[in-house]
Design a protein around this ligand. Structure first.
Ligand code: MG
Length: 514
């Protein structure tokens, strides 16, 4: 049976209709703020920063006031008591409850204190990291943890205060569920990584890419445009620009911006990061346009969004079949730079497994372990099992157990990421959830699309079309837990991910025969 896709026509409830009118103002202002942020990262002249932050702060204040507007609040309360809501109407109310939770439950004074503490923390985190000195950041982190514990109390939780923080980033996710999934990943991947690094012929110093060579920006741009066009990125509905840290932002339903960064000594970074960001963009571009400016707009969660971007980056972009297809394309442009390198050599550099200390440079196999380390640290810190002063040691200990490497300095360990300075406890696990979502979705996609065969031909469109039909279109209509069940028929299970990893890397490292 054909589903009725004209969702917004199904919204008939008068309270919800009024809510949608008011919400539209929030949505429009949100896009204005996103445009200010995009421009800040892409175009802003050096001295424009101060005035820009005043502009952004003012728009943010307008948005906050609209969320706190008493009439809007009353309407949401009323909607929460309505019976007979349609699927779409229920999802609208549910999403508004999620979005307003922080505003309505946490006292304004605590939100202001949190902003003050985190902006001070950010500055000292930066110098602490430069100077390798955790002690400088420690008092800030102590305060941040105290505030986050208070925030958790106001938000409310059943068993674990960390659940309240996780739920801010990935709705319904709990520490118990993270432990269940992540322990499974650990159990499978920690020994598998050892098997790889101890295998015959393992070489963590493969230098197929000669970093003495020059890879001109204009050449990288050619490859990038070729690749993202193949992915189905619609240049009449989006743009690609340059920024120091690649990101994607939605400025309107037909205006999605991604950015990339070119390193002229290595063409791989712009290639993989563009595929990653285009994955985010395709999600946004594929959402039912009727959801625009409603609480159903945008991807459903950080984890699902990262799931899609990492799906494209790792499961498509770094798929050996696709890399074999791309090799002649790379070599037609970098004939001199890649002389003597074949497809198998390129696969070994794109898919090299090397346990290391820094998360952002981690490969597909070790990446989730970096996240699991942070999840365990956060859970223990919020529950008082690790004292803030002992965090560097606890970090080093976990790095050794999970990755087999030990940080020599705080900068390589506990100080490496900015997230804690921003007070974002609960954010990290969504990255690893993304990997699990991606693998489970791939397992179902493979039953309907001959993924490897298509990739060997360089056909990415069937993958994009499948994701449009089965995932992208729904925007925020279903929560991640419901969506994964709707797409795959099963709740989230870590074994899809571990099986995918073990199969892919056993082939790359020739472990199957041993
Ligand atoms: Mg991303």
């Amino acid at each position: 049976m054909e589903e009725d896709k004209s969702y917004m026509k199904n919204v008939k409830n008068p309270t919800i209709k009024k809510i949608l009118e008011k919400y539209k103002e929030i949505a429009l202002l949100g896009k204005v703020n996103a445009l200010l942020g995009w421009d800040l990262n892409v175009n802003l002249p050096m001295q424009g920063g101060a005035y820009r932050s005043e502009e952004s702060a003012y728009v943010t204040e307008l948005i906050t006031n609209k969320w706190l507007d008493s009439e809007f609040r009353t309407l949401i309360e009323k909607a929460n008591c309505e019976n007979d809501l349609t699927l779409e109407e229920k999802a609208i109310v549910r999403n508004l409850n999620v979005a307003t939770k922080f505003y309505y439950k946490v006292p304004k004074e605590l939100i202001i204190e949190n902003e003050k503490v985190t902006s001070g923390a950010f500055i000292d985190w930066r110098t602490a990291k430069e100077e390798n000195n955790f002690k400088k950041f420690q008092p800030h982190l102590t305060k941040i943890v105290e505030i986050d514990k208070q925030i958790a109390q106001y938000l409310g939780y059943k068993n674990n205060p960390y659940d309240a923080l996780l739920d801010l980033y990935e709705p319904e996710l709990t520490a118990a569920e993270c432990s269940r999934l992540f322990n499974g990943v650990k159990r499978e991947l920690v020994p598998f990584i050892k098997k790889i690094t101890k295998s015959k012929g393992y070489n963590d110093n493969v230098k197929f890419i000669n970093r003495q060579m020059h890879y001109p920006k204009a050449d990288q741009e050619k490859i990038l445009n070729y690749t993202i066009e193949k992915m189905g990125f619609d240049f009449s509905r989006g743009r690609v620009d340059i920024s120091a840290h690649p990101f994607t932002t939605t400025l309107g339903t037909n205006d999605i911006r991604t950015t990339t960064f070119y390193s002229e000594i290595d063409f791989r970074d712009s290639f993989t990061s563009s595929i990653h960001e285009t994955g985010h963009a395709l999600y946004e571009l594929g959402i039912n346009p009727e959801f625009a400016s409603t609480p159903l707009e945008g991807g459903v969660s950080l984890g699902m969004h990262e799931g899609m971007s990492r799906f494209w980056e790792n499961m498509v972009g770094k798929n050996p079949h696709f890399l074999r297809f791309m090799t002649p394309v790379f070599k037609s442009i970098y004939d001199k730079q890649l002389a003597g390198i074949d497809a198998e050599g390129l696969i070994k550099t794109f898919d090299m497994v090397k346990p290391s200390l820094i998360r952002i440079y981690a490969d597909e196999v070790t990446y989730s372990l970096h996240i699991i380390l942070r999840f365990e640290m956060e859970n223990d810190i919020i529950n008082g099992k690790i004292a803030v002063k002992d965090a560097p040691e606890a970090w080093a200990d976990k790095a050794k157990k999970l990755l087999g490497v030990e940080p020599k300095t705080d900068s390589e360990g506990v100080l490496q990421d900015v997230h804690w300075a921003y007070g974002n406890f609960g954010y990290f696990p969504s990255y690893a959830m993304g990997n699990l979502y991606g693998a489970q979705i791939l397992s179902v996609m493979q039953k309907q699309v001959k993924v490897d065969q298509e990739l060997a031909q360089g056909n990415l469109q069937p993958i994009k079309n499948w994701l449009d039909n089965n995932l992208h279109q729904y925007g925020s209509l279903y929560f991640p837990t419901e969506l994964i069940k709707k797409i795959t028929g099963k709740p989230l299970d870590y074994t899809y991910f571990t099986k995918y990893i073990i199969k892919k890397y056993s082939e790359i490292y020739d472990l199957t025969s041993s």
